[in-house]
Design a protein around this ligand. Structure first.
Ligand code: ADP
Ligand code: MG
Length: 437
């Protein structure tokens, strides 16, 4: 990695504004998964232990922006209210306001401050705003080795809009900007990139989570130990166009499963019945198959499938199914998983690799009947000595759910960010940081 980390700068006595990813799932004010908090701990502990003044910030969820708008309505809502007859305006305004206040309760980071305090074993002061009086006071009184958490940055409309005034104000809180939020590194928002891009903070470095994500994923993509096998699945071809194209260039073998396989199979002339197909992407699939051939890369597609009459409703309903060869899918059936012959083929390919990256389940894994393909691939990855990297999102959830999490070299904490890395894109949250000397 050519970017500076917290270890490359003197942090003692310095006010460090640390952008973390505390976008944790919550139910009724209780945190239901602490993975992201745990992911940020090494950097926070390092800064505390080394006498920094630690000011944390993060977004959570998609709240209504309530702190900037005087009476709690967005500009769009204000317009909607103004468009109403005068007699109805007050009631409409009250409705919107109710929603805004509910969001404030629902998306507050206060429970995270409490959980973090527990984990660190020291008090974590919570500021009830992002750049208001509460944050001002907390930052002004912070001492070396202390920790403050600011309120949800998305309570400010300026966060997603890269507002300069917001960036400037946040920059005034710190001497060093630290980005450790890999999950939002592909976003270009005020606290994820703009604050450093605008030059308001001169020292901008990464934390250990970003350093680890990048060193494992970017290095494996650029300098893989070969053979390098990439396994791609998930719902639609359209979601992963650039990923397919970029990975074909980097890997030795590209394995395709999941819903996206059927567009490829249709492009090859197979009957795929009522399976998920992106009709507009058939030409693209043909191009990719040609590209694989031109580059001398292996491209694996399913050779058999688990088929049903129609999509299960609810998704995990127990429904009748059968298995058939890929050249025998009836016109009125739908393929929801790779079959046993494909599982064996993909397992062998994974076992021959020295580096494997995986993104996207092989079937509708939410239903145990159609999770077998995903399980087989997960097991192959768990059992191999190769470097194994899971690119976040549903695949990470599947691996964790199947109990293989600790068998993988690396499970990315950022689905969207890891996909953009796999696309070969530069991430704004990383580009904005200081280069190593
Ligand atoms: P990831 O989050 O790992 O990138 P995606 O979001 O692209 O993965 O895709 C996951 C979704 O794809 C799952 O909800 C799964 O049910 C769906 N899926 C997988 N295989 C099929 C299939 N054959 N038909 C329809 N949907 C599928
Ligand atoms: Mg997904």
């Amino acid at each position: 990695m050519n970017k500076k980390s917290v270890k490359d700068v003197v942090v003692k006595g310095q006010r460090c504004l640390v952008r973390v990813d505390f976008n944790v799932p919550m139910k009724d004010g209780v945190i239901t998964d602490e993975t992201r908090i745990n992911g940020a701990l090494p950097t926070i502990k390092y800064l505390v232990d080394n006498g920094a003044k630690v000011i944390l910030c993060s977004h959570m969820g998609k709240p209504h922006n309530i702190l900037t708008e005087g009476f709690g309505l967005t500009k769009k809502e204000k317009k909607a209210v103004e468009a109403l007859p005068e007699s109805e305006q007050a009631a409409a305004k009250a409705e919107y306001l109710k929603k805004a206040l509910k969001d404030k309760e629902k998306f507050t980071l206060r429970p995270v401050a409490e959980k973090l305090s527990e984990k660190l074993g020291i008090p974590v002061k919570f500021a009830t705003d992002v750049v208001g009086a509460s944050a001002d006071e907390a930052v002004a009184s912070i001492k070396d080795g202390e920790v403050v958490l600011l309120e949800n940055t998305r309570f400010m409309a300026g966060e997603e809009k890269r507002d300069e005034a917001l960036c400037k104000k946040l920059a005034s809180y710190c001497d060093i900007y630290v980005n450790d939020a890999f999950g939002t590194a592909h976003r270009s928002h005020a606290t994820t990139a703009a604050i450093a891009e605008y030059g308001f903070v001169k020292t901008a470095v990464c934390g250990f989570l970003i350093e680890k994500e990048l060193s494992v994923m970017a290095d494996s993509l650029e300098n893989p130990v070969r053979p390098f096998v990439a396994v791609l699945g998930g719902a639609k071809v359209a979601d992963k166009l650039k990923v397919i194209s970029n990975l074909l260039e980097k890997c030795d073998t590209l394995i395709i499963g999941g819903g996206m396989a059927y567009t490829f199979l249709k492009a090859k002339g197979y009957e795929v019945g009522t399976s998920l197909v992106d009709d507009e992407k058939i030409e693209y699939c043909k191009e990719m198959m040609q590209k694989a051939q031109d580059l001398g890369k292996n491209l694996y597609l399913p050779v058999d499938a688990t088929i049903v009459d129609s999509f299960p409703n609810p998704i995990d309903a127990e429904i009748p199914y059968s298995v058939c060869g890929i050249d025998a899918i009836p016109a009125d059936k739908m393929a929801l998983d790779i079959g046993p012959a494909t599982q064996a083929l993909y397992t062998d390919a994974v076992k021959s690799a020295k580096t494997v990256i995986w993104n996207g389940p092989m079937g509708v894994f939410e239903n145990p009947i159609f999770a077998k393909g995903t399980m087989a691939v997960a097991k192959a990855l768990a059992e191999t000595e190769a470097t194994t990297i899971i690119g976040g999102g549903d695949s990470a959830a599947a691996v964790t759910q199947l109990g293989y999490a600790d068998k993988m070299t690396h499970i990315s904490t950022g689905g969207g960010a890891s996909l953009e890395l796999f696309e070969g894109k530069k991430l704004p949250g990383i580009e904005c940081l200081n280069d190593k000397d």
